[in-house]
Write a protein that binds this ligand. Structure first.
Ligand SMILES: C[C@](O)(CO)[C@H](O)COP(=O)(O)OP(=O)(O)OC[C@H]1O[C@@H](n2ccc(N)nc2=O)[C@H](O)[C@@H]1O
Ligand SMILES: Nc1ncnc2c1ncn2[C@@H]1O[C@H](COP(=O)(O)OP(=O)(O)OP(=O)(O)O)[C@@H](O)[C@H]1O
Length: 271
């Protein structure tokens, strides 16, 4: 069976508190975008190996056994006595981009295993398994525009439909450690809650909607702030860094004239 794990962007990202376990409480809106990996599994017969993994597309650092799709498989394998499988993963979503690529792959693997082997896991059970694999994973189980709080795994539904808009996404060739980004943040309450902001016209969002990581990360890597400005100059009605970076996106009302080039980490997506 095959599936197409998609990426996400964060619309606003407010770090509102630090938890005893070292993680941070945040408020954000996760929005799925049509930039997708390809994930396929097939049952392996006559093998002693628990799994095989073939990866193509954008290279991923780290060894195969640490890949999040493997971690998702091993999470369910023991509990449900799953057979050995061959995993094929083609990467189109850049890593370390704030796009949830690895997390999406993991969540879609859980859904693929659930369907393939008819495990009958509920959405809540799948979200609980996903939350063990990363703060961003649980969102990709239902995979629809959602207000998230807690570490990013407590969801409340929202009405938000950006169909008809375009997103121009730029993934600069810089790496940002998510842990480091969080350590530079002083938690605070936002002036307006994101659920209120998205009730307003999208052209006004820039007055209140903020990604709290931008201040410290743009100071360290000014290039990222410049990219955000250039997106506004090119006509974006809203632009921001996604997650803890490093990708920067601009939302356009189908009038984007910028030229995409995935080899340069530039993507034009129709929502
Ligand atoms: C920043 C976001 O991308 C927003 O969508 C996510 O919250 C990050 O999710 P993620 O990349 O899956 O993060 P994880 O891989 O789970 O955590 C990486 C590190 O980020 C820090 N971290 C992550 C999430 C969170 N709510 N608080 C944190 O302090 C922790 O130090 C953690 O060890
Ligand atoms: N399937 C995978 N795809 C991408 N990265 C993976 C995968 N499995 C493990 N990783 C490792 O996880 C790290 C984080 O990957 P990625 O940034 O795509 O995931 P994410 O944390 O969900 O997204 P982000 O934090 O950027 O929103 C990568 O640098 C990589 O070393």
């Amino acid at each position: 069976m095959i599936s197409f794990p998609n990426a996400k962007i964060n619309l606003g990202l407010n770090i509102v508190g630090k938890r005893a376990d070292g993680y941070h409480n945040l408020e954000t809106i996760f929005y799925p975008i049509p930039l997708e990996d390809i994930l396929e599994i097939e049952v392996l017969d006559h093998t002693e190996k628990p799994f095989e993994l073939s990866i193509s597309g954008i290279p991923i650092e780290g060894n195969l056994a640490n890949n999040l799709v493997v971690k998702a498989y091993l999470l369910l394998k023991e509990k449900y006595n799953l057979p050995p499988i061959h995993i094929y993963l083609h990467k189109n979503i850049p890593s370390g981009a704030g796009l949830g690529g690895g997390s999406s792959d993991a969540a879609f693997m859980l859904k693929l295993l659930n369907d393939t082997f008819e495990l009958n896991l509920t959405t809540t059970e799948l979200e609980e398994h996903a939350a063990k694999l990363g703060a961003d994973c649980a969102f990709f189980i239902q995979n629809k525009p959602t207000f998230a709080e807690g570490i990013g795994n407590i969801f409340s539904s929202i009405e938000l439909n950006l169909s008809g808009y375009q997103i121009f996404l730029i993934k600069p060739d810089v790496f940002i450690s998510t842990a480091m980004a969080f350590s530079n943040i002083k938690p605070h309450q936002p002036e307006l809650n994101l659920k209120e902001i998205i009730q307003k016209p999208i052209a006004q969002w820039h007055k209140w909607m903020a990604n709290d990581f931008e201040e410290s990360i743009f100071k360290e890597i000014p290039e990222l702030g410049k990219i955000k400005e250039e997106l506004y100059q090119a006509g974006a009605i809203y632009a921001s860094m996604s997650g803890a970076g490093s990708s920067i996106y601009g939302i356009f009302k189908d009038n984007c004239t910028l030229i995409p080039n995935s080899n340069e980490g530039k993507y034009l997506l129709n929502l």
